[in-house]
Write a protein that binds this ligand. Structure first.
Ligand SMILES: O=C([O-])CC(=O)C(=O)O
Ligand SMILES: [Mg+2]
Length: 477
């Protein structure tokens, strides 16, 4: 339907967002990527492969729409928690941009999904007769960096300074490097690092109303020290630092990470990747998650490892033994990679956990009560965040814009939801939520002098709403 009647597709999606999100987005989009080669009919986005080196600008000019405002780009190396799916990862930029339109009101014609094909290390795909990409192992090092550099300059040359580029589902090493390299010269945003961080921080700010205290009173333990884990950790530390005036080196000590080798501690510092080093605190080595939970006694446990079923009964019971209301976030996607299910979190904590997951779970009945899990997914943030950047003509993404987005989302959780233990508002209100996020992000951007669209509109929420695309048929007479 998206290809045949785009307006009807968006009308249906917007009017039935809670029901259809799991189809257009996680978990179904993950399965679609896995089977992309055999269900492929026509390209829904632009593929740029190693073979186009030296001609990327020309390739961009082939796309029929000239006025592009947002690109979501992947190289397919870490699609959700499913690993390297090569250029079959195209489902992700396509799905994310469908949400830009449906949830954030960004016009479909200004959205461009791109997949960069540098090969794949997925043996199964290389041997698959229906694989649609280059049949070679991934290009790395100089060759990779040069292709990305050509891509980033061609994008700016073709679409100008204010084109928003959202990096999506790159593997850790490239994700951190690309963000660090281009954040000062381009309008770029990494959804897995920054979008996920912003949505989780929003949930935690909202959760304080249910569990009490300030962020600084809590202790956070992560399983998974990659993009999402360290991104969330850094934004939490930044928010505590802003609220308490304590230096960020101090506030980081509230946050502990566990990776595949155990607790990240100072004795491991030499061998740690650079993005994990700020989190290597003084502590004796601990190998297993359960022992780390017992040793650190976190109030908040967050799963970002991309590996399913790692929050075991023992782990959840331990969380429930020293917390009246343990906060447990199982963020890995799709559903098969979730650290635990909603039912497990509620049963093992005797109904006391505040539970959210990255992919959706149905409500659970426990002890005669219906418990509704939240969906802590960056889909709450990136559509409104992007709209805010676009409508204000913002030229660079600053961390304060992410904090502004978190605060706006948390402010949308009202008493009625707290009473039910919810820390995210329902997706059925998402367009209103996105308008509020866009307005708060734009307000911060004007304040910081990053917005180029002048004069600043007085009522930014109204302005955001007036910018939003609504699918209606034109009247012909
Ligand atoms: O796509 C999603 O559902 C969230 C996300 O960015 C990821 O898991 O990589
Ligand atoms: Mg992602």
């Amino acid at each position: 339907m998206q290809e045949r009647n785009e307006r009807l597709f968006y009308k249906l999606l917007i009017d039935n967002v809670e029901e259809l999100l799991p189809i257009v987005y996680t978990p179904t989009v993950g399965e679609a990527c896995q089977k992309y080669g055999s269900i492929f009919r026509r390209p829904q986005g632009l593929y740029i492969s190693l073979k186009e080196k030296g001609r990327i600008l020309e390739v961009l000019k082939n796309w029929p729409e000239k006025n592009i405002q947002v690109i979501v780009v992947t190289d397919g190396e870490r699609i959700l928690g499913l690993g390297d799916l090569g250029c079959q990862g195209m489902g992700i930029p396509v799905g994310k941009l469908s949400l830009y339109t449906a949830l954030g009101g960004v016009r479909p014609s200004v959205c461009l999904p791109i997949t960069i094909d540098v090969g794949t290390n997925n043996k199964k795909l290389l041997d698959d007769e229906f694989y649609i990409g280059l049949r070679q192992n991934r290009a790395t090092g100089e060759e990779y960096a040069e292709l990305l550099e050509e891509f980033m300059s061609a994008v700016k040359q073709n679409y100008g300074e204010k084109i928003l580029v959202q990096f999506e589902d790159f593997a850790n090493h490239n994700a951190f490097e690309l963000l660090a390299k281009y954040r000062t010269t381009h309008l770029v945003f990494n959804d897995d690092i920054q979008g996920t961080a912003s949505v989780v921080l929003a949930g935690l700010i909202a959760a304080l109303k249910v569990v009490g205290g300030t962020l600084a009173d809590h202790t956070f333990l992560f399983l998974g020290a990659g993009e999402a884990g360290t991104g969330i950790a850094e934004l939490i530390a930044l928010e505590i630092s802003k609220k308490t005036d304590a230096p960020i080196e101090e506030t980081r000590k509230k946050v502990w990470l566990v990776d595949s080798k155990g607790l990240v501690v100072s004795s491991r510092k030499e061998s740690l990747q650079h993005f994990k080093q700020p989190w290597a605190h003084e502590h004796e080595p601990v190998k297993e998650l359960i022992d780390a939970v017992q040793a650190i006694k976190p109030t908040v446990l967050i799963g970002t490892s991309g590996v399913g079923r790692t929050f075991t009964k023992e782990v959840v019971e331990a969380m429930a033994s020293f917390n009246e209301k343990p906060i447990i976030l199982a963020l890995s996607n799709p559903t098969s990679q979730s650290e635990c299910t909603a039912e497990e979190a509620y049963t093992w904590s005797k109904g006391r956990a505040i539970f959210c997951s990255g992919s959706p779970f149905d409500p659970v009945e426990y002890d005669g009560k219906i418990l509704v899990p939240g969906q802590a997914n960056n889909a709450y943030i990136f559509p409104g965040f992007g709209l805010g950047l676009i409508m204000s003509g913002t030229v660079r993404v600053h961390d304060d814009l992410l904090l502004a987005a978190s605060e706006a989302l948390a402010a949308q959780v009202t008493e009625e939801y707290y009473a039910k233990g919810l820390i995210y508002p329902p997706f059925s209100n998402i367009r209103k939520i996105s308008a509020n996020i866009a307005a708060n992000v734009a307000a911060k951007s004007y304040e910081l002098g990053l917005a180029s669209r002048l004069p600043r509109p007085k009522d930014l929420v109204k302005h955001a709403e007036s910018c939003m695309y609504t699918p209606v048929y034109r009247s012909y007479r």
